[in-house]
Write a protein that binds this ligand. Structure first.
Ligand code: PRX
Length: 717
């Protein structure tokens, strides 16, 4: 009996030990505190039906916490195992404990630098396609292509992994025949047709760096990116139908090339490969410039096979892609991601955040022109041999039931979209949702901006019939992959509106105004700047051609930390609630726009003497653009001028950057040193008529305090 009791006690002690060590998402030194907090966590449990009907990569939250804790305690061991076990490397033994990662996040110690798996070689395209085909998955559907128009039967097609590989090989041959070599940058300006992911993979296959520019950007914006990236080869498309609109992409590219030539005569675009999507019948007068423009499909048909098929084996730290994104100052910045670390993190976040299982059908509505399209349309899903829907259209065309029609048509299990889309579909009314069964859905995921709790509830209850798990994912172009998630596992309590808890390897830190880390204390809330203390594999490596800007923007504000640019609240259970950007970046329908970009577009118009731009709350878009404009002498406010300014922003940036409001004002609130106090403009735009002046804070530093009254009056008139 005594032996029995001792055994029992030992088992009990072991259980206690295990839970002390694991039930936490905090840095190891805070494990005990976190254990207490996790026990108190309150929220919505994963739906019982989802739990019953799913297989799991991670069985429960305790295991998730165990993996998380290990990823922080022993990052080398954790990532070495993850990298070796899930991917093909030329020589797996090149990933050794002393070459998993090295870094410097502290500007005081020298240049910022991050490297992962830096002795190993791989090819991400090989991992995303060839590997699966070689393992007998060639017949698995990679892409169900859903065209813009429901009756466009030619383009509704399923593409298997073997077919996609063939398409990629052909594009790769075409690129090589055009002289593209390892390290060259290729710009891609295409709609959501299969050739777009195929082009990205083709670049990766031959070691070229892809630079995808969202098809909604204007010629000016495209030109800026072409010039900055020094990209001489472009993959484009004649035009598309998107919703009810027809968009002629090649005309924009031609214009962009002309702009480049005037701005920098030494820059030369050698080749534009044009996909005929609208084709002869819809766009008969397409001009193709001899010697420069090439019909991509014809070239692909000719590129049946060739001696130029070799896969380029890349060092893990070789660049994979550039993706331009907006910052708080200056022109858009070319975020640079490299091969190995990005591959590992994009693939693993996809697997674990969404609990994707073979047979599931995944559908992400993001365009490949944004980071979500890179990591969670192309690389994440394909590295996991997933089957997904690629949608060329928009959720509201021909009516707001389109997404649910697609869900039923392909039996979609995972839907990944942005709160702005959910809000607009919610507004259209439940009847559009209820027309469709949606019984296949298991995971409803969201990204891009905080999701309002009411919208979360609608997504959960109406779209998912309360059967699905809602997965919020917080991350950025710069992080390359998810940073905070709501893991869809047993025992994790979802809290509507909170992004959740950190992903493996992410050592989050909440910093106060003085840059001091606020330690986590269970039961206590903290609020501050959201930062990351240690490197993670898919961290951006630099801003292309602007290392100083990279260091100043992300690492100078708080030495030793990566600064996300977001504010957050960490609740007493350790959950993260994103409170929004703390810099001059606005998030319009999940699109990131720098106020500086809009301001410099506006001041190009001769009527504008000065402009200050802020984000203003918007029911559907989350935020919209409000421009405070001082007119130049000789100009008077008018609707025509207002339209002209809106058009200027569309032309300089893109249609999605069209201001919602232009406010004519005689003055702007400035400090004595001439800096515009946007904080004041933000508060005025946020609160409008209900403005409580006390929220404007200390106005004593203003050069002319009466400017505030002038702005308020202008805003309300
Ligand atoms: O402010 C955060 C917001 O979007 C920003 C990143 O924008 P971008 O680089 O364009 O990438 C968008 C897709 C990852 C962040 O700094 N953001 C992104 N996801 C969320 C979010 N805010 C709250 N909750 C999210 N899930």
């Amino acid at each position: 009996r005594q032996r029995g009791i001792i055994r029992e006690l030992r088992a009990c002690a072991h259980r206690v030990e295990r839970s002390r060590a694991t039930t936490s998402l905090m840095p190891p030194q805070e494990v005990d505190a976190a254990l207490a907090s996790t026990l108190r966590a309150s929220g919505v449990s994963a739906s019982p039906e989802y739990l019953r009907n799913s297989a799991f990569h991670i069985p429960d939250y305790e295991t998730y916490c165990e993996m998380y804790t290990r990823s922080l305690r022993d990052p080398t061991g954790f990532w070495l195992e993850m990298a070796r076990n899930n991917f093909y490397w030329r020589d797996p033994n090149a990933i050794t404990p002393d070459s998993v990662y090295r870094y410097n996040f502290d500007v005081r110690q020298g240049p910022i630098q991050v490297e992962w798996f830096f002795r190993a070689e791989t090819n991400i395209c090989y991992n995303a396609l060839d590997r699966h085909v070689e393992q007998g998955l060639g017949n698995r559907v990679a892409l169900y292509c859903e065209a813009n128009d429901m009756d466009d039967m030619d383009t509704h097609r399923a593409i298997t992994y073997a077919e996609l590989l063939d398409m990629v090989k052909r594009i790769a041959r075409v690129l090589r025949r055009q002289g593209v070599r390892r390290g060259d940058t290729v710009t891609i300006y295409m709609p959501m047709v299969p050739e777009l992911p195929a082009a990205m993979l083709a670049c990766a296959r031959i070691g070229a760096v892809h630079n995808v520019v969202f098809g909604g950007f204007s010629a000016e914006a495209l030109a800026g990116r072409l010039l900055d990236a020094r990209s001489a080869v472009i993959l484009s498309c004649d035009g598309i139908r998107r919703g009810p609109k027809r968009i002629e992409l090649k005309a924009t590219v031609d214009e962009a090339i002309e702009i480049c030539q005037t701005r920098d005569p030494s820059f030369h675009v050698s080749c534009q490969l044009v996909l005929r999507r609208l084709g002869e019948s819809m766009l008969p007068n397409l001009t193709m410039q001899a010697g420069r423009d090439v019909d991509l499909r014809v070239a692909m048909e000719e590129a049946v096979s060739g001696p130029d098929d070799a896969i380029e084996w890349m060092k893990a730290e070789d660049p994979l892609f550039l993706l331009y994104t907006s910052g708080s100052t200056g022109t858009p910045k070319g975020v640079l991601h490299t091969t190995g670390g990005y591959m590992v993190n994009a693939a693993l976040t996809f697997k674990y955040s969404f609990n994707y299982q073979p047979g599931d059908v995944y559908f992400c509505t993001a365009d490949c022109g944004w980071i979500t399209g890179h990591s969670y349309v192309v690389y994440g899903p394909m590295l996991n041999a997933a089957t997904q829907v690629l949608f060329e259209g928009v959720p509201t065309w021909p009516d707001p039931g389109r997404l649910w029609a697609i869900v039923d048509k392909y039996q979609v299990t995972h839907l990944y979209t942005a709160p702005t889309a959910i809000r607009s579909l919610k507004k259209a009314g439940d009847e559009y949702v209820k027309r469709y069964k949606r019984t296949s859905l298991k995971i409803l995921a969201t990204v891009g901006e905080p999701i309002n709790p009411q919208v979360w509830e609608w997504y959960h209850q109406v779209v998912g019939d309360s059967r699905c798990n809602v997965v919020d994912t917080y991350w950025q172009t710069e992080t390359g992959a998810h940073v905070v998630i709501s893991p869809p596992v047993r025992g994790f309590q979802q809290k509507p509106g909170s992004a959740g808890v950190p992903f493996f390897g992410i050592r989050l830190a909440v910093l106060d105004d003085r840059g001091k880390e606020i330690p986590f204390v269970p039961g206590q809330e903290s609020e501050g700047y959201l930062c990351i203390r240690d490197p993670w594999p898919s961290c951006l490596r630099t801003i292309f051609g602007a290392q100083a800007r990279f260091e100043n923007g992300y690492f100078k504000p708080f030495p030793g930390y990566y600064m996300t640019g977001d504010g957050c609240r960490r609740d007493g259970d350790g959950y993260i609630w994103i409170t929004g950007r703390v810099d001059d970046v606005i998030n319009v329908s999940g699109h990131r726009i720098g106020t500086a970009e809009v301001e410099s577009a506006l001041v190009r118009h001769p009527a504008v003497a000065e402009a200050a731009v802020v984000g203003m709350p918007h029911e559907i878009k989350g935020e919209c653009i409000a421009c405070f404009v001082i007119l130049a002498d000789g100009y008077t406010p008018s609707d025509t001028l207002r339209n002209e300014l809106v058009q200027t922003c569309r032309k300089e940036i893109g249609a999605f950057a069209a201001p919602e409001r232009i406010i004519w004002t005689p003055a702007l609130p400035k400090t004595r040193s001439g800096k515009i106090m946007r904080r004041i403009l933000r508060k005025i735009s946020e609160q409008g008529r209900d403005l409580d002046r006390s929220v404007l804070g200390d106005l004593s530093t203003l050069a002319d305090p009466s400017a505030v009254d002038a702005v308020i009056q202008s805003f309300l008139s």
